[in-house]
Design a protein around this ligand. Structure first.
Ligand SMILES: [Zn+2]
Length: 307
């Protein structure tokens, strides 16, 4: 079943039947909302985006916690219960939530799955391995306008009385996203065009590069996920490419394994930057506690390293 083929899908969640009865008592109680609707977003940045649309009307909870790598996430039985008890689950789509198709297609309680990227045209995966394309579409804030419109429509479907509130909140947030796009353009303007070269740990910045005129020189893991591993030949080729392009830095997300990047850096002369936030926002007291902060933080880190 291809989730991205549908905007809103009635999906039945597997309840891990064998263990649900013993764990039901320990699941967290539903978040208190004025109208009792429980909305979950898979990733932290999606929960933040959706919360901006929901405003005070609904509480949007994130399934993943900050700094968990969504590429390697596997839901626990408690997560499965949380999903089954939610009225709506918001996902990025495009194969980003590999766990969703594996675990949640069987019978259980009915809820809506909203695919935030639905309707956007993804870029192909540079490695050609992932038929759904590159899922990291939120790294261009203008793509997120579309996410917001999908979330607005989804929330209005499960809570029709809130339609006007969601529409007004979406408009206000879309205007912030347009400002964010201009902010990034201004921030990266300090990097001369010939220095706009990105080497990343995995292929996560394709949309950022496209939107703000950077060139992707290569990736330590030449894939749109963090699960693959490069061959010795691929690593040697990347070192050559970094040397010949003079790319000054290799950018890693917080928490990504630095070992290979450090090895490549020592042989190519590039420095390793380890504090991008791409797949997760930070904890509230960290440098990227919201989606907008995430984009600003990354743009500033990239501009600083390359200018
Ligand atoms: Zn990724």
């Amino acid at each position: 079943m291809r989730l991205r083929a549908f905007g809103l899908i009635l999906l039945a969640a597997t309840l891990f039947a064998a263990c649900s009865s013993s764990l039901e008592g320990s699941s967290t109680p539903p978040a208190s909302t004025s109208n009792g609707l429980r909305v979950l977003a898979a990733e932290t940045f999606l929960a933040d985006i959706a919360q901006n649309v929901a405003g005070d009307r609904l509480n949007v909870e994130s399934l993943l916690r900050p700094n968990v790598d969504p590429h390697e996430f596997q839901p626990t039985p408690q997560d499965a219960i949380k999903i089954a008890e939610s009225r709506m689950l918001i996902v990025n789509g495009l194969g980003y939530e590999t766990w969703l198709t594996k675990e949640f297609q069987n019978n259980g309680s009915q809820h809506l799955v909203l695919v935030a990227s639905e309707g956007l045209s993804p870029n192909p995966d540079p490695s050609g391995e992932h038929p759904d394309g590159d899922p990291h579409m939120w790294m261009n804030p203008l793509n997120v306008i579309h996410y917001v419109e999908n979330i607005r429509d989804g929330l209005s479907e499960i809570d029709p009385a809130g339609k006007d509130v969601y529409a007004a909140n979406a408009d206000a947030y879309i205007s912030k996203l347009k400002d964010l796009d201009l902010w990034v353009k201004n921030e990266v303007a300090q990097v001369p065009p010939e220095k706009r070269l990105l080497v990343t740990n995995h292929d996560a910045l394709g949309y950022f590069a496209q939107a703000y005129h950077f060139k992707i020189v290569g990736a330590v893991i030449p894939s749109v996920t963090t699960e693959a591993s490069p061959s010795a030949q691929q690593l040697a080729a990347l070192i050559d490419t970094i040397k010949s392009s003079n790319a000054p830095a290799i950018f890693l997300n917080v928490g990504e394994n630095q070992k290979l990047a450090q090895q490549i850096a020592s042989e190519s002369g590039a420095k390793v930057i380890t504090d991008l936030y791409v797949e997760s926002i930070s904890a509230p007291d960290g440098p990227a506690p919201t989606y907008i902060d995430l984009i600003k933080h990354d743009a500033a880190v990239i501009a600083d390293a390359l200018k």
